[in-house]
Write a protein that binds this ligand. Sequence first.
Ligand code: SF4
Ligand code: SF4
Length: 95
Amino acid sequence: MADDTFMGVKRDKIDWSPTIDYSKCDFCMECDKFCPHHVFERRDDDPKLVVANPHNCVVFCRACAKTCGPDAISFPSKPETIAAIKKIREQEDGQ
Ligand code: SF4
Ligand code: SF4
C-alpha cells in the first residue's frame, strides 16, 4: 500500500486516518468489522483496538465513523489535508 499515490503524492506522506477517542470507545468492534482495508487491529491487551495501519485508510473516507455509536472516531480536516497535499506537490515539483 505504501507505493500507492493520491493526487500524485505517495500515500504514506498523507496524514489521513481515523483517531479513536478511548474515553468514548466501548470496543464494540463495529468499525473494524466494517472496514475492509485492515486499518484497525484488535489486541488482547489494552486498548483492545488500535489504528495499526493508518496508511491503509482511503484518503477522505470517513465511512467507519458512521458505524460508531459512541461517536469515538474522528478524522483530520479535509481542507487542511488538501492544502497539505498541494504543498507536498509544490515541494516535489520544485526539486
Ligand atoms: S465503532 Fe467506535 S466504539 Fe466501536 S470499537 Fe470502533 S471506535 Fe470503538
Ligand atoms: S475511513 Fe474508510 S478506509 Fe478508513 S478506516 Fe474507516 S472505513 Fe476504513
